[in-house]
Write a protein that binds this ligand. Structure first.
Ligand code: BTN
Length: 263
C-alpha cells in the first residue's frame, strides 16, 4: 500500500489530477480515496496498475490484475450529483481512448465504455456525505492488455481490452493525463451550465439511446421493457414502454438489450 506523490506527465488540467497518489498496488482506488477524502483537496487523483479488491457497480467485483489495466479515482469537492458525474467521466474516457488509439468508443448508459461490442471500461462514482459538506469519488477502470481468453476464463465473454480492439495499449500515465485533460472542461461546463449543455454530446456517444431495452433490478428481475428515447436532465435514462417516457436511475437498475444480451 506504499504510495508516491508525483506529478502526472502531460497533465494540462489545472484543478483535477493534483496531488496525484500513485500506488504500485492498492485494494481499491475508490476505497482509498473515500477513506482519505475528508483531508485531501478537490481534484486529488489516486491511480494504480494493480488493484487487488476492485469494486464495480451494483456491488459487483472489478478484476484488475497486475499491469493489465488502469484503475484511477478522482476526488470531487464539494460532492456532486453521483448521477451526472459518471456521465461526463464516460464522455472523457471515450474521447481520450479515441484520441490515443484511433478507434471509436461509445457509451452504454450510464457509463460502460464499449468498442466492437466489448466492454472496455467501467466507471463507479460514489458519494461520501458528511455533516459539513461531503465529497464524491469518481473511479475509472480500463482494461488495457487482457486477452479474450483471459476474460472467457473469468466468465466475462463481453469484456474486452484496449489492446484487443486497437492492437495497442497506451502508456498508463499518458492515458491518465488525457482522461483528466478531457474531463476538466466537461466538469466546468457541468457546473456552470448544467447537464443540458452536455446532453446532446452524451447522447451522440450513447449506444443505448434509440434501442429497445430491458430494465432489470440488481438481482436480475425484469422490471420492464421499452424504447430508450433519451437522457433526462438528472442523468436518468428515459424509457418508453408505450405510455410515455419514464426515468430510470443508474444506481437502481441495469439495462440490457431486449433479449437480455449486454447491449
Ligand atoms: C463497473 O462497470 O461495474 C464499474 C467498475 C469500476 C472500476 C473502477 S477501477 C477504479 C475504481 N476503484 C474501484 O474499486 N472501482 C473503480
Amino acid at each position: 500500500m506504499n504510495h508516491q506523490i508525483r506529478e502526472i506527465k502531460g497533465l494540462t488540467a489545472r484543478e483535477l489530477g493534483k496531488p496525484a497518489y500513485y500506488f504500485e498496488s492498492v485494494g481499491s482506488t475508490n476505497t482509498w480515496l473515500k477513506e482519505n477524502g475528508a483531508k485531501l483537496p478537490h481534484g486529488t487523483l489516486c491511480w494504480t496498475g494493480y488493484q487487488t479488491s476492485g469494486r464495480g457497480r451494483l456491488g459487483r467485483v472489478w478484476h484488475a490484475d497486475a499491469g493489465r489495466s488502469l484503475s484511477m479515482s478522482l476526488l470531487f469537492k464539494p460532492s456532486y450529483s453521483a448521477a451526472l458525474l459518471p456521465l461526463i467521466c464516460g464522455i472523457a474516457v471515450s474521447q481520450a481512448l479515441c484520441m490515443l488509439t484511433g478507434r471509436y468508443y461509445q457509451i452504454k448508459w450510464p457509463n460502460d465504455i464499449i468498442c466492437r461490442d466489448l466492454k472496455i471500461c467501467g466507471i463507479l462514482c460514489e458519494n461520501c456525505l458528511l455533516p459539513h459538506g461531503g465529497y464524491a469519488v469518481a473511479g475509472i477502470g480500463i482494461n488495457l492488455l487482457q486477452t479474450g481468453e483471459e476474460f472467457k476464463k473469468r466468465g466475462l465473454p463481453n469484456a474486452g481490452s484496449v489492446y484487443m480492439v486497437s492492437g495497442r495499449a497506451p502508456d498508463m500515465e499518458h492515458l491518465v493525463a488525457s482522461i483528466i485533460n478531457k474531463l476538466e472542461p466537461l466538469w466546468q461546463i457541468l457546473n456552470q451550465d448544467g447537464f443540458s449543455a452536455l446532453k446532446s454530446q452524451y447522447e451522440k456517444l450513447c449506444i443505448t439511446v434509440g434501442r429497445e431495452v430491458s430494465v432489470l433490478s440488481p438481482d436480475g428481475r425484469l422490471q420492464r421493457k421499452g424504447l430508450a428515447v433519451g437522457i433526462a436532465e438528472d442523468g436518468s435514462l428515459l424509457v418508453d414502454s408505450g405510455n410515455g417516457p419514464i426515468g430510470v436511475k443508474a444506481g437502481e437498475v441495469s439495462v440490457r438489450g431486449p433479449d437480455g444480451n449486454l447491449f
